[in-house]
Every structure is written in structure tokens, then in C-alpha cells.
Design a protein around this ligand. Structure first.
Ligand code: P6P
Length: 347
């Protein structure tokens, strides 16, 4: 009998094949979501091909404006934004888009058909890390449009994470991985740049039962509420927690989340005590916290703003910021407990 591992490696599963297989399990599926996920995988290939040469832009470009291929050298996040937009603005699969790079919703050009989905995304999160060769990422989330026909609307974008149809991220690191879920588990694909294909490398990702890391920027500790300070002490083994976690903080949300998903752990970006209560924090609900919260839940984890599930929060604006605690469920729930115990008067 073939062992599981041999059985797994017996199949050569590309992301295209995998998405198609998943679609075949849903007879009602029309294939539009399947093709939208293909489009995102294609965008990831384009972006990956540029991020692994980013450091060369200044060397290759003669004036800093043009590179040896005669291409205009763009800032990578502008390139990533443009790539995702152009791959989705004419397909008839998307009614409206929203991006971290654009103040307002991004309409589909009037001469193209508006489709059934709303696509929101952070085209290149953590792009400031590129200059120091640290992993960066793309985050995307897909909602069904709520509006009836015609151009998509802001309301089509401002939906709670619990209603997501699909979400995922691409991490551009030592290898390029695309990790996504359509509500049937979390699956990771690694890009083989030699053939330009994403191959299934991490099926059914789940947070390990025993966590290894906690991930927070401790430079801000003096600004934290008493609850967050007590929580951090607990994570460090205080209050007889019995924990022996290590601190890992990359400063790139996708990279920190991805590592914790594989190793077990919690990432948090708290509200600053100077601005108590909801709404403060750095990370954005719509296209950072919510899609990663969807993945976390699908992988047996959890995400909270410190007082409530991220997935239950309905965005009030495109770029609304929230405090974020995300990762291994038991560690995130403990953050809520400390905040409830110590910070009730702040909330
Ligand atoms: P800080 C990157 O700029 C980013 O938006 C996230 O990717 C990352 O988690 C966070 O900011 C890091 O913020 O304040 O710790 O530098």
C-alpha cells in the first residue's frame, strides 16, 4: 500500500488542476471563481518575476527611469497594483475592485462587463522591506457582489470576512508561495520559476497544536494597554504560563502570518494605549485582517481585534484600521481574556 507521503508526491498537482478539481466538487459552480483564482495566480507570477529582481532595478536602470529591457522602472507596489488591476479589469468576472494603493473603489471600465465578484487586495504589503531583501506579500479577498447588475459599488466591497467566498496571499520569499482557501481548508502552492507553474506543496495547512513563536513589535510596548502588556508577559513565560515561545518579528505581515501558520504562533499588532478602544492599530480590516482571518479560521486558528472576531466585523470604510491578534486559537483567545480583564475601562 502506497504510503501517504508517496501517494502525495505521486501526483503532480498544479494550482490550475487543483482549482479545477475543487470546482468539480461543486456542481453549481459556473467556473467564474475558478477563472478569477487563475487570474490571481497569473498576477502572482508576474509580480514574483519582478520582486526577485527588485534590488537590480537601480543597478540595471541607466537613469533610474529605464532599465536595460527598455521598461520603465516602476516602484514595485505600483507595478503589483497595475498588474492585478489589468488582469481583472476586462475579464467580466469582477464588478468592482479596491486596493490598498487607491483611495476609492476601482470601477471596471464602462466598455467592459461587470462580473459577479468584488476583489479587494493589498498588492504588495510590506514593500518597504524590499530594499533590505525581506519577504513581502500580496493579500487578496473575494466577495460576491451584493448590488444588482451594473457597476459594482462600495457596499460590494464593505462586507464582513464571514461572507468571503475566497481569500489568500502570495509570499515572495526564498520561494514564492500562493496560499488560499475557498472555504474547504487552506492549501499552499510553491512556484517553480523554471516552468512558471505553482505546484501543490502544502495541502490542508493547519496551525500545529503546539505553538513556537509570538510575533509583535516590542518597540511599542510602552504604548500598549495594561492588558496587552500582561498578555505579552504571559507569552514570555510570566504568570506561570508554562510557555517557552521565541519571538520572531519580520515586520512583514504576510511573512509573519505564513511562518506562524506553519510553526504555530500568534502575531499581534495592538491598538496603541494612547488611542484606546477600537479603530486604532495599523493594519487594515478589509484587505489585510479579514482575508488572513478567513485563512486562520480555515486552518483551525482564530483572529480578533482584541474584543471580537475579525470575521464578524463589517468595514465602515475601505481603509479602516483595526488592532489584530491572529494565529493559534488558544493564544489569540488568551489575548482577548487579558484585554477583557485589564482594559475594560479603556474600551
Ligand atoms: P511596524 C508593513 O509596513 C506593515 O504594513 C505590515 O506588513 C507589518 O506587519 C507592519 O506594517 C509592521 O509595522 O510598525 O512594526 O513597522
Amino acid at each position: 500500500m502506497m504510503t501517504d507521503r508517496r501517494a502525495f508526491h505521486d501526483k503532480i498537482m498544479t494550482i490550475e488542476r487543483y482549482i479545477l478539481d475543487q470546482q468539480s466538487e461543486h456542481p453549481e459552480a459556473t467556473g467564474i471563481l475558478t477563472n478569477l483564482l487563475y487570474d490571481i495566480a497569473l498576477a502572482a507570477k508576474f509580480i514574483a518575476s519582478h520582486t526577485n529582481r527588485a534590488g537590480l532595478a537601480d543597478i540595471l536602470g541607466s537613469t533610474g527611469e529605464m532599465n536595460v529591457q527598455g521598461e520603465v522602472v516602476q516602484k514595485l507596489d505600483e507595478y503589483a497594483e497595475r498588474t492585478i488591476y489589468r488582469l481583472n479589469d476586462h475579464t467580466g468576472r469582477v464588478a468592482v475592485m479596491a486596493s490598498e494603493e487607491e483611495d476609492d473603489i476601482i470601477p471596471i471600465p464602462p466598455h467592459h462587463t461587470a462580473g459577479k465578484y468584488a476583489l479587494v487586495y493589498d498588492p504588495l504589503d510590506g514593500s518597504s522591506n524590499i530594499d533590505v531583501n525581506v519577504s513581502v506579500g500580496t493579500i487578496f479577498a473575494i466577495h460576491r457582489r451584493k448590488s444588482e447588475g451594473g457597476a459594482g459599488t462600495l457596499e460590494d466591497c464593505l462586507q464582513p470576512g464571514r461572507d468571503l467566498v475566497a481569500a489568500g496571499y502570495v509570499v515572495y520569499g526564498s520561494s514564492t508561495m500562493l496560499v488560499y482557501s475557498t472555504g474547504n481548508g487552506v492549501h499552499g502552492f510553491t512556484l517553480d520559476p523554471r516552468v512558471g507553474e505553482f505546484f501543490l506543496s502544502h495541502p490542508n495547512l493547519r496551525f500545529p497544536a503546539k505553538a513556537k513563536y509570538y510575533s509583535v513589535n516590542q518597540a511599542y510596548a510602552r504604548r500598549w494597554s495594561p492588558g496587552v502588556q500582561a498578555y505579552t508577559d504571559w507569552l514570555q513565560g510570566g504568570q506561570e504560563s508554562g510557555l517557552s515561545l521565541s519571538l520572531r518579528y519580520i515586520g512583514s505581515l504576510v511573512a509573519d502570518f505564513h511562518r506562524n501558520l506553519l510553526t504555530g504562533g500568534v502575531f499581534y499588532y495592538p491598538a496603541e494605549a494612547r488611542a484606546p478602544g477600537k479603530g486604532s492599530g495599523k493594519l487594515r480590516l478589509l484587505y489585510e485582517a479579514a482575508p488572513l482571518a478567513f485563512l486562520a479560521q480555515q486552518a483551525g486558528g482564530y483572529a480578533s481585534d482584541g474584543t471580537q472576531p475579525i470575521l464578524e466585523m463589517t468595514p465602515t470604510s475601505l481603509h479602516q484600521r483595526v488592532p489584530l491578534y491572529i494565529g493559534s486559537r488558544d493564544l489569540v483567545e488568551k489575548a482577548e481574556a487579558f484585554i477583557a480583564q485589564y482594559d475594560a475601562q479603556l474600551l
